[in-house]
Design a protein around this ligand. Structure first.
Ligand code: SF4
Length: 416
């Protein structure tokens, strides 16, 4: 077996099914644009997708497209086109890659699924729970296509979620209904919303169980696997297909656990990853950790699609709670306590913080958290400087060296 093969991730067989699901998701969107129905709503990845499904929209997620631009390494090429029309290289590189690709008339969806262009929005719906960039991102397309832009403004940087946060957000969601009715041509039906919230709840429970498999020793999946297999939780949440898929994946992972099948052969160290993935370098990083017999078994990022609060009995309030309880919405004290819990449950030996240049919202290393957590938990910590999409902000050589030194530190700690 060649060296390259030895460092490849072990195939998860459910991936074949996931690829089919993603293909049919995009084909359905393309068909809808051809036929003019159903209408297409663009939604932020942790936005109120349930409401849009319940109103009869097909839902498209530009962040998924941003990640695809990153993973296919097209992003760095297109970002300058967005910079040229005034979007700073310092803002979200999902935004700049996506807008740049649009301006160039290119999308990775063509090669992957045969779409000529991204499915144009009939309406754009954002939630600022993650950042303000999404509002500005969607505003670009609202101007471009002259379609409605609506959204909700979530309280951010909060420690405890209060009833007034929830009441406010639930009202904001309800206030969107008249515009959604007008664009979709459908009347709002609370029972449909309850059904969709119930489907999202089921999906999120299964996704949590998938991620919790990482607590097994050896772990049956890696962070790099999870960044791929989270796709249905992001783009098919609220639909039955996502539930069927996670049942299939979970079965496979449980079989791996029962048979002690390690995702990383000879697993020696177990790490926690905080921050965005570096989409264009997933493969290289995965291979390096595989070689070092180190598995990143848990992450704040993949946990972002666990929404424990969904409750069909209280659809608006529970959506408001689910989308406010998120890690990214919370203050540092909450984030540290949250991470600590996962770190203990997953028997973590060290923490990696990714400081993504263009995403301060999902970079938690800028206000002393790595130092505080390292000291409190007695764990080695590494901060990687990079970016989710803009590879000009990432030094492969430097990162490789830093990771090697970090693993040596873990080795030394173990031998003490
Ligand atoms: S959270 Fe970060 S990566 Fe996501 S849209 Fe906002 S700025 Fe971009």
């Amino acid at each position: 077996m060649s060296a390259a093969k030895e460092t490849d991730r072990k195939t998860i067989h459910a991936t074949t099914e996931m690829k089919k699901l993603m293909a049919s998701h995009f084909t359905e969107l393309a068909e809808a644009k051809k036929n003019g129905r159903p209408k297409v709503a663009w939604c932020t990845s942790v936005g109120p997708a349930e409401l849009l499904h319940a109103m009869g929209f097909l839902v498209y997620y530009p962040e998924n497209h941003g990640a695809l631009l990153g993973a296919t390494r097209m992003a760095t090429e297109f970002i300058p086109a967005a910079n040229a029309v005034g979007y700073s290289p310092e803002i979200c590189s999902y935004l700049t890659a996506d807008v740049g690709a649009y301006l160039k008339g290119v999308t990775p969806l063509t090669k992957a699924y045969g779409l000529k262009e991204v499915p144009r929005a009939d309406i754009l719906v954002y939630n600022t729970n993650q950042c303000r960039d999404v509002q500005d991102w969607f505003a670009f397309y609202a101007r471009e296509w002259n379609v409605p832009l609506i959204g909700v403004h979530t309280h951010r940087n909060i420690k405890e979620v209060k009833d007034y946060h929830i009441a406010d957000l639930a009202e904001q969601m309800k206030a969107m209904i008249p515009v959604l009715e007008e664009v979709s041509g459908n009347r709002f039906d609370i029972d449909k919303l309850r059904e969709t919230v119930a489907l999202s709840l089921e999906c999120t429970k299964l996704w949590r169980q998938v991620l919790e498999c990482g607590a097994a020793k050896p772990a049956p999946l890696t962070f790099f696997d999870a960044t791929i297999h989270m796709a249905p939780a992001v783009v098919l949440r609220g639909l039955p297909q996502a539930i069927d898929y996670y049942k299939l994946l979970l079965k496979e992972l449980k079989e791996r656990i029962a048979n002690s099948v390690a995702a990383v052969e000879g697993e020696r160290h177990r790490l926690y990853w905080d921050g965005m993935p570096i989409w264009g370098k997933l493969r290289e990083l995965s291979q390096q950790f595989m070689t070092l017999r180190t598995n990143i078994v848990a992450s704040s990022y993949c946990n972002s699609w666990i929404f424990d609060a969904f409750d069909p009995a209280q659809p608006f309030e529970s959506m408001a709670r689910a989308y406010t309880e998120l890690f990214i919405v919370r203050d540092e004290s909450y984030k540290e306590a949250y991470m600590e819990q996962w770190i203990k449950t997953f028997s973590i030996d060290g923490i990696i913080f990714h400081d993504a240049r263009t995403c301060p919202n999902n970079s938690n290393s800028r206000y002393g958290m790595p130092q505080r957590m390292g000291t409190r938990l007695g764990l080695p910590v590494l901060v990687i400087n990079g970016d989710l999409n803009d590879l000009r902000c990432y030094s492969e050589e430097q990162t490789r060296t830093n990771i090697e030194a970090f693993i040596e530190q873990l080795d030394e700690k173990r031998s003490c």
